[in-house]
Design a protein around this ligand. Sequence first.
Ligand code: AMP
Ligand code: GLY
Length: 418
Amino acid sequence: MVIGGGGREHTLAWQVSQSPQVEKVFVAPGNAGTALIAENLDILPTDTKTLGKVAQDKGIELVVIGPEVPLASGIVDYFDSLGIPVFGPTKAAAKIESSKVFARKLMEKYHIPCPKGKVFSSYVEARTYLEHQQLPIVVKADGLAAGKGVIIASSMQEAVKALDDIMKARIFGSAGDKVIIDEYLSGREVSLIAFTDGKIVSPMLPACDYKRIWDNNQGANTGGMGSYSPPIFFPAELIEKATKAILLPAIRAMANEGVTYKGVLYAGLMCTDEELLVLEFNCRFGDPETQAVLPLLKTDFVDILLAVIQGNLDQVKIEWSAGACVGVVMASAGYPGSYKKGLPIKGLNEVDKDLLIFHAGTRLGDNGIVYTNGGRVLSLAGAGKDMAEAREKVYSNIPRIYFEGCHYRKDIALREIA
Ligand code: AMP
Ligand code: GLY
């Protein structure tokens, strides 16, 4: 049973369904895409008790959690208490994402490279500190804020507004009890996501995420408009360096604090000219990185998930394809602002057989028609022997799919081939 309903979860469900060990997949709540390969269950990812009961009733043998919110509230602890194998970190381990202050203190204590910053729980002290800082400056809410809790301010006015919004207006509720004010770093960002059983870490191929809505990184921030893997600028030596200096030390630091970290550890890294620094840790698969990374996995995904849960990840040889993958999101008109739902999607069956269509905000109508049901509607992924072939695969297919007002970025992975 895969928990969640976005493009990431469709990808997870697709991967588990490829395993010869798997008889049947359920997704809660899923979308029109998961309905093609699994049975959707109309249960919210946060409805832990109902999920647990349904898992027991249906004799589910493996649960995989997609989103951070149920992880942060302890869904893994609950499935553990029911004796149902579950992939993901416990509530205590998920704190590495659910509290940026916790993660920052951990990094500082264990010398894991991160930006220079300061933690505040007093608005007045944060405000006074802010006034003596150089611009741009980064203001971060401590808790989960659906990806909106980090503000990069290029003027003092913007920085003060961010602080006011978080700590006074409390737009993210108790997630804004504390803030971190960070130095601004520039460089190239990469997501390095690893499987870990609490003892060893096995990094997946690195990936890059495109957050802005328009080409050339213009416009508003989104949940991610596309991704590709692997970036040339992050070769095997850097993966190795990040594993030794960041991923392993983080797992060991957690263990030293009394917490076994199992599941996926996602390091959002900034590569400056001199060093690799951690901008954030997440306790789950990335979205949309997963849509570009997992198509390159050659090993039985379920073998990896079970080895993580059982604590014997060293027994599984994880292999990746030597090629590349590009994932492009088709979004609704208006996204990331307000947008219409319920528009029919055409052409889903008119694409090449080897193009991967991962659904995000879609709904299957009783008439068999697929309708839009969110801002990010589809994630199309093309894999190839290299980035140029992967791009060609995805971009030659996109025009065959249509819904009113649909738009997508044309420059995903372009820098890799230009
Ligand atoms: P986070 O949730 O901490 O990863 O922040 C979200 C995004 O904000 C990151 O992916 C970066 O693009 C950006 N960011 C966070 N911290 C910094 C920083 N110290 N300097 C520059 N950009 C940052
Ligand atoms: N792609 C960013 C994230 O999953 O947090």
